[in-house]
Design a protein around this ligand. Structure first.
Ligand code: DUC
Ligand code: ZN
Ligand code: ZN
Ligand code: ZN
Length: 479
């Protein structure tokens, strides 16, 4: 199986140049000028097009059982949407129920993901704690290629990780060389505000952002960062949506700590006015956590992206249809939280980032693929275009345009938070594992073609962290 991509302009996170590419099986084997195609190679003419590393979405929830229902996009439809949007790998979340074995949950998600069209891998959530959890974390790291663990600081009485759990789990992550990640919202405050709003009779989707003001995220971000800093552990904050959280990350980085920030395409481009829509279903379609924010937070997020405080872009793709959203008709706290976007992420970043001059095409590649590959330690197999790398590529047509709509998207739900946005420059061909996976509007990959991605621990990074800590110790004692 070989592919010959002729005459395109390769865009990586650091350079832009014209070259042909030869892929054999699932690898890039040659990059250069005027190459000769291998015999029987499939020829792709990429003249006037850009060739970039396939997108990596570090935050999706396919077929997640959540809030009394199950997300509508499963690993088949969700990864079909990913490929349509130029994304060739997703990092989804295994979320064990409290008291459930992590390994049992992990095996369940691996089973569900067998129907994926694109590549996939998993963060595992720590939703409860005892010594068996620590042991299972070790097994996941050493035997199953998991190198990141997620902590929900919200969702009290369900999956919330309290401070004792954060301390125990971050400590274990540090020992294992795994990266702890957090959903930073103060779950106690959310719970209190939800009850108080319901008591006041404010029961519609307009109450959702009121129950999760920016300070709720700011407090949790600062707390998680302080806990990680004190323990000497690195930290990755998922879906940063507020100026407070951006400031907290920037401050920690300025003080020498290893803290990463992720931002969603939705939070960068959709504001909180959506919750004022008089149509209940449209407002409810936008209920996700953290909620969409007033515009000045969006400005802070873009500055965070431009200044390097936020390194990755994701979607939190967790699709609930109108019927599911209606479960919260009389009580906004029962509206399943989640919005879709795995198909639109790269297009939205291209239109609102590159086309509006906020980021360069090379920064676009870093933000949609390379940085995630580096942080979660799958670089340079993923996240770059170079000989020896996996042949996961997107061929972008900067001269084509399309208007995003739920009527034409691949997701199984009937609404889109990006409805009506026109994109100038779109993914035309997606190559996954060296094969044409999506081409000019047609799905070519088969369900099951997606591969599980093993993610080793990042040993050199942790060695450096540990050395830094040891060197810091005598100084602390002297004082
Ligand atoms: N937020 C959502 O909106 N959905 C899934 C989980 C989450 O944290
Ligand atoms: Zn979250
Ligand atoms: Zn500020
Ligand atoms: Zn999420």
């Amino acid at each position: 199986m070989s592919l010959f991509i002729k005459g395109g302009t390769i865009v990586t996170h650091e350079e832009t140049y014209q070259a042909d590419i030869v892929c054999v099986n699932n690898k890039i084997v040659e990059i250069g000028q005027q190459l000769t195609p291998p015999e029987n190679a499939t020829l792709i003419d990429a003249s006037d097009k850009l060739i970039m590393p396939g997108g990596i979405d570090p935050h999706t929830h396919m077929q997640l059982p959540f809030m009394g229902t199950v997300a509508k996009d499963d690993f088949a439809s969700g990864t079909r949407a990913a490929l349509a949007g130029g994304t060739t790998s997703i990092i989804d979340f295994v979320i064990p129920n409290p008291q459930q074995s992590l390994l049992e949950a992990y095996q369940q998600w691996r089973e569900w993901a067998k129907k994926a069209h694109s590549n996939y891998t998993f963060h595992v959530a720590i939703t409860w704690w005892d010594e068996s959890v620590a042991q299972e974390m070790e097994t996941l790291v050493k035997q199953h290629g998991v190198n990141s663990f997620k902590h929900f600081m919200a969702y009290k009485n369900a999956i919330m990780a309290t401070d004792d759990i954060l301390v125990a789990s971050f400590t274990k992550c540090l020992e294992l060389g795994a990266l702890p990640t957090v959903h930073a919202e103060n779950g106690e405050l959310v719970y209190h505000l939800q009850n108080s709003l319901m008591e006041q009779g404010i029961t519609g989707p307009e109450a959702h952002p009121l129950s999760r003001p920016s300070s709720v995220e700011g407090e949790a971000a600062n707390r998680a960062i302080s806990i990680a800093n004190t323990l000497g552990a690195p930290l990755y904050l998922v879906h940063v949506s507020t100026e407070e959280a951006v400031d907290a990350i920037r401050y920690a980085k300025d003080h020498g700590y290893t803290v990463f920030g992720e931002v969603l395409a939705g939070h960068l481009t959709v504001n909180d006015s959506v919750y004022q829509n008089p149509d209940w279903a449209t407002a409810a379609a936008h209920v996700m956590s953290p909620p969409f924010r007033p515009k000045h937070h969006q400005d802070a997020l873009w500055k965070g992206v431009q200044g390097g405080t936020l390194q990755t872009t994701a979607t939190d793709h967790c699709a609930f249809c109108s019927e599911q959203k209606a479960m919260g008709k009389d009580n906004f706290t029962q509206i399943p939280n989640g919005t879709a976007g795995v198909e639109e992420r790269m297009m939205v970043l291209w239109e609102k980032g590159v086309n509006e001059g906020k980021i360069t095409p090379n920064e676009f590649v870093a933000l949609t693929s390379t940085n995630t590959a580096k942080i979660f330690n799958i670089y340079p197999n993923k996240g770059c275009v170079r000989v020896g790398a996996d042949a996961d590529l997107v061929i972008w047509n900067p001269n084509a345009q399309k208007t995003l709509s739920a009527k034409t998207h691949q997701s199984n739900i009937e609404h889109s938070i990006f409805e009506g946005m026109t994109i100038h420059g779109i993914p035309e061909t997606t190559i996954c594992n060296g094969k044409l996976a999506w081409h000019q509007g047609n799905l070519i990959a088969q369900s099951g073609d997606g591969k599980y991605i093993d993610r080793p621990t990042y040993a050199p990074f942790y060695e450096a962290l540990k050395k830094r800590q040891q060197r810091a110790k005598p100084e602390a004692v002297q004082r």
